[in-house]
Design a protein around this ligand. Sequence first.
Ligand SMILES: Cc1cc2nc3c(=O)[nH]c(=O)nc-3n(C[C@H](O)[C@H](O)[C@H](O)COP(=O)(O)O)c2cc1C
Length: 179
Amino acid sequence: MSKKVLVISTSPRKGGNSDALADQFIRGAQEAGNQVEKVSLYEKTIGFCRGCLTCQSTQHCVIQDDANTIVQTMLSADVIVWATPIYYYGMCGQMKTMLDRSNPLFSADYQFRDIYLLAAAAENEKHTVQGAVTGLQGWIDCFERARLAGTVFAGGVTSVGEIQGHSALTQAYQMGKHV
Ligand SMILES: Cc1cc2nc3c(=O)[nH]c(=O)nc-3n(C[C@H](O)[C@H](O)[C@H](O)COP(=O)(O)O)c2cc1C
């Protein structure tokens, strides 16, 4: 069955390493017949959550910016894929900001079930991605019907384009195919 897949590329670097993972995931998911939408945060204006909690009663954020449109797309997606660079052993600030801004979904009838994480980092150790996994899991734990369905980690890549030929690209493609 065709699924609505939303891929959120959060790196500030256009065409960077995690963005390349996102594109491979998309290629796989599209080939498998799914309906895929990609959102790149580097071209969006997204302010920090103000913590007012107005969204708990209104299901809308008081800030008028691009996050609102993204949250509406998240609401009706079956699958959400987060692509992030590792910054200080965690997800990048852009991704965390977007997770916080998705708080209007907390009390909404969201559709998403499977959540994926795609991450790239300079270091190539197992623990390098762990902080990002834990951070995303913390968000997922607040959405009972959702689960972390898979993680792809590309370690040992620093500059834009360095990921070329990395086995994680194939893993991301395969994960997309079986979404
Ligand atoms: C602010 C900042 C913090 C970073 N922190 C880490 C880190 O803790 N561990 C690591 O292995 N790489 C770290 N890096 C390197 C990036 O993860 C690496 O360059 C990655 O390939 C960037 O992915 P992107 O091209 O998708 O933006 C950091 C880079 C920046 C700019």
